[in-house]
Design a protein around this ligand. Structure first.
Ligand SMILES: Cc1cc2nc3c(=O)[nH]c(=O)nc-3n(C[C@H](O)[C@H](O)[C@H](O)COP(=O)(O)OP(=O)(O)OC[C@H]3O[C@@H](n4cnc5c(N)ncnc54)[C@H](O)[C@@H]3O)c2cc1C
Length: 488
């Protein structure tokens, strides 16, 4: 069995490390920061607790699988509950819609709210599920850069049905063809943001994303999102993975195009296999400066970034749920700002996550812990101090208008995250949330592969490489890496 070094302790790195350990390898994980988990951070102040990164948890069985690899019952260590209401939506004209987790109820209630035939909505969701079934095993579970992926029976089935995947239209076109009510179009367009893309550019195949939420459900981990990475870290420690915190990898070492180890800010370590779980851009620029970097891959358009306000709000709002969306009036203009002019949207869509709705301990009694996020461009040198101030004004005015209350008067705690801090904290190039955007039909193929074709023994996982960003896909990247190593 080999000596393996995994760089970073984000969710992709943890999945890779655990899967390789389960196969019997000796695994060391080096994390530059003091804490495990990368983007799945936590912040506490004045009796409030906030998860600082992801808030929407789908496909929890991908986490469970990692416990099962070691014959451990996940329920002894990591628990979650299925949400009955997926998300509450608000429009400025007073329209409100609560997205129900039951597909049957969702279709009836959406038909009533948006005046669309129920059958049309059900048909859209069935097509969404078909797209997922046809492509998931091909795009999410295997390397797209190995011939074997394309010679399976499943790949053949997908190719035969390619016409049903809506690859040549964008998501907005698919949704406008499907529905007459612009609000329902906007509702389904929002799923492009689940991987930081624009609905006006991402291919129509992305209409499969609602399946994750509606077929498989949305979940809340008991104790917060942070427990995902904390429980995986402890699972690793119980099973012999060595973790090194505050130890930053400074170079990936190789001889004769073959991995020989990693040097950190403390010392050198030898290894036959290195898995980089940090952003591919930084892997090349910081850790492999002499290697020819795959320029075209690294220059792919990045996914959106975000400004997030973590607010302690000294009042409870019964009309809000765990997830809440306050839509901007001009969605096209919003995405043009994010991806074309790279400025702050004038009327941004505001997402409010309140984990104290699910876990009372996250806020003092009678108060709520608001995670208030808007999508913004990646960092291209904009004046973020100014933009954060403008964003705060826009967000406060939108929330106060919609909720009929001056929210600014209720904020007793505040901290802020912006693209510069996201990059600083996690080395995510330009502060992108999900690595490369899926803003064209070739994006999936242009992501960095999970292996190096220059250095034997070098592999890649995490949100900046195949199959992409978001917790479920990062977990899948760990599986793909472990499978590639087993097959090597
Ligand atoms: C604000 C926000 C909201 C999000 N919302 C969601 C959501 O709701 N649902 C969802 O599924 N996803 C969401 N995402 C995306 C999701 O968080 C990421 O795709 C995923 O967590 C990325 O994991 P990763 O494995 O790429 O590692 P990362 O989380 O990027 O971690 C990389 C780690 O590597 C470490 N590191 C960097 N350089 C070095 C070095 N040289 N040596 C050692 N260690 C190093 C860093 O310190 C960091 O800990 C969100 C992301 C953000 C930022």
């Amino acid at each position: 069995m080999s000596q393996v070094i995994v760089i970073g302790s984000g969710v992709g790195s943890l999945a890779s490390a655990l899967r390789l350990r389960a196969k019997g390898h000796h695994v060391k994980v080096f994390e530059a920061g003091a804490e495990v988990g990368g983007k799945l951070g936590v912040h506490k102040s004045g009796g409030y607790r906030w998860d600082t990164g992801p808030s929407l948890f789908t496909m929890p069985h991908f986490v469970d699988e990692l416990f099962q690899l070691f014959n451990e019952n996940p329920r002894g260590h990591f628990n979650y509950q299925k949400q009955k209401v997926v998300c509450n939506y608000f429009w400025e004209d007073g329209t409100r819609f609560s997205s129900n987790a039951s597909i049957e109820k969702f279709c009836s209630e959406a038909a009533d709210t948006f005046g669309e035939p129920k059958e049309k909505i059900a048909k859209y969701l069935a097509k969404s599920a078909l797209k997922y079934d046809l492509t998931a095993s091909l795009f999410l579970e295997k390397s797209l850069h190995k011939l074997g992926t394309y010679t399976s029976a499943k790949a053949f089935k997908s190719v035969l049905q390619a016409g049903k995947l809506d690859i040549s239209k964008n998501l907005n076109e698919v949704n406008e063809e499907s529905f007459a009510n612009p609000k329902l179009v906007q509702f389904f367009n929002r799923f492009a943001t689940y991987n930081g893309s624009s609905p006006y550019k991402t291919p129509g195949i992305m209409s499969m994303i609602p399946t994750l939420e509606m077929q498989f459900g949305t979940f809340y981990p008991k104790g917060g999102m942070r427990t995902i990475v904390e429980s995986l870290w402890k699972l690793g420690e119980r099973n012999g993975i060595e973790f090194f915190f505050n130890e930053k990898a400074t170079s990936i070492d190789y001889e004769n195009n073959t991995i020989c180890g990693v040097t950190t800010n403390k010392q050198g370590y030898s290894a036959e296999i290195v898995v980089s779980g940090i952003d591919a851009f930084y892997t090349y620029t910081s850790l492999l400066p002499k290697l020819k970097a795959p320029k075209k891959t690294l220059e792919q358009e990045k996914s959106s970034s975000a400004i997030i306000f973590y607010w302690g709000v000294k009042k409870a709002f019964p009309e809000l749920d765990l997830h809440n969306i306050f839509f901007g009036a001009n969605y096209k203009a919003e995405f043009d700002s994010i991806f074309e002019t790279k400025t702050l949207p004038k009327d941004p869509t505001v997402y409010v996550n309140i984990s104290s709705k699910a876990d009372k301990d996250d806020a003092p009694e009678g108060s709520e812990n608001w995670f208030v996020m808007i999508n913004v461009p990646t960092n291209n040198g904009q004046n973020w101090g100014e933009l954060v101030q403008k964003a705060k004004e826009a967000v406060l005015s939108k929330l106060s208008r919609n909720l009929g209350e001056d929210i600014s008067k209720l904020i007793e705690k505040e901290s802020v995250l912006d693209p510069v801090k996201i990059e600083l904290n996690t080395s995510s190039h330009q502060g992108s949330l999900y690595g490369s955007a899926s803003n064209n039909k070739f994006s999936a193929f242009l992501r960095h592969p999970n292996f190096s074709n220059q250095i034997k023994g070098l592999y890649f996982c995490g949100g900046s490489v195949h199959p992409g960003g978001g917790i479920p896909l990062c977990l899948k990247s760990g599986q793909i890496v472990a499978d590639l190593i087993a097959d090597a």
